[in-house]
Write a protein that binds this ligand. Structure first.
Ligand SMILES: [Zn+2]
Length: 298
């Protein structure tokens, strides 16, 4: 299947009471690991790059080409969207230009009037090219690419104003944060999510998919509850990084303990040396897909 925009499969998830995963990638093998999991689970998927990851990998065009070529060479048949995560205005414009199929414009740090004005420009241009758009209102706690949010609950009027611009799916803070969760975290505010949904339904006359950022580290029962209450896309980044790191650290210890043998077997070859880490990402993605309920929804 070619690369697709995400609005149809995210809306289907919203209607069907499950969520699709938006998994961040960092390099070629990371992308392969996510694609393998999505294909094995027969689920639609968004592969996302943050601005920082795209810069690290060599630019947006490279990311778009890399994901497109892997989908082709790996014979992937499930729907895959190439998505920009937390893009500023310039990044959104560049991703439209190079052919991403989906993007997030994050103007959440701007005054709401300016956020809405820029979001409208991005949405109109992206939609004219068949690209799906996610926007954010309020801020999401934690740190992402140097942007620190205080974790406020998304203002309901702002969510409605953004939905009226035609946004395909909406990131709205409900107590979630980016990165590892602190021990004293108070949990998701499902009551606030319900209020947002009611306001969106009243204003739009249809269900608007909500995006849950900072999906890594939220207890599974809370994620399921959020999905039952309108979340149709869950972003996962830290979880895969931790899985990769844990598996690689174990492997390095194993290598050290058996150095002579491993050297003789040439396990220093990066294709072998990094295998356990990337296998751990596939496992982690598959496990998330099961929790989100999107297996066999491709
Ligand atoms: Zn995020």
């Amino acid at each position: 299947m070619p690369i697709v925009s995400a609005e149809k499969f995210v809306q289907a998830a919203r209607e069907g009471g499950y969520a699709v995963g938006g998994f961040n990638t960092n390099n070629l093998e990371w992308t392969q690991s996510i694609l393998r999991a999505a294909q094995a689970k027969n689920t639609p998927v968004l592969i996302q790059t943050s601005m920082g990851a795209a810069k690290y990998m060599g630019g947006y065009k490279l990311c778009k080409d890399l994901i497109t070529d892997l989908v082709d060479s790996m014979g992937i048949t499930v729907p895959v969207a190439i998505h920009l995560d937390h893009g500023d205005y310039d990044a959104a414009m560049e991703c439209i230009k190079v052919g991403y199929s989906s993007l997030m414009f994050d103007g959440s740090h701007l005054p709401i009037e300016e956020n809405l004005k820029k979001a409208k420009e991005v949405i109109d241009l992206a939609h004219s090219k068949g690209i799906s758009v996610e926007c954010e209102v309020g801020t999401i706690g934690g740190e992402e690419d140097g942007i620190i949010g205080d974790g406020e609950l998304a203002p309901i009027d702002d969510a409605v104003a953004m939905a009226k611009l035609g946004v395909d799916f909406l990131a709205a803070g409900i107590g979630n944060i980016h990165g590892p969760y602190p021990a004293d975290w108070k949990g998701l505010h499902i009551d606030h999510l319900t209020k947002i949904n009611e306001a969106l339904m009243a204003a739009m006359g249809h269900k608007v998919p909500i995006v849950l950022h900072g999906g890594s580290g939220i207890p599974d029962d809370q994620i399921r509850e959020a999905i039952a209450n309108g979340v149709a896309k869950v972003n996962v980044n830290t979880e895969c990084q931790l899985a990769f790191c844990k598996a690689q650290r174990e492997y390095v210890h194993e290598f050290d303990a058996n150095e002579a043998e491993y050297m003789k077997e040439k396990l220093f070859d990066p294709r072998k040396f990094l295998k356990k880490g990337f296998d751990a990402i596939t496992e982690s993605v598959e496990e998330r897909i099961d929790v989100f309920g999107s297996a066999n929804k491709a």
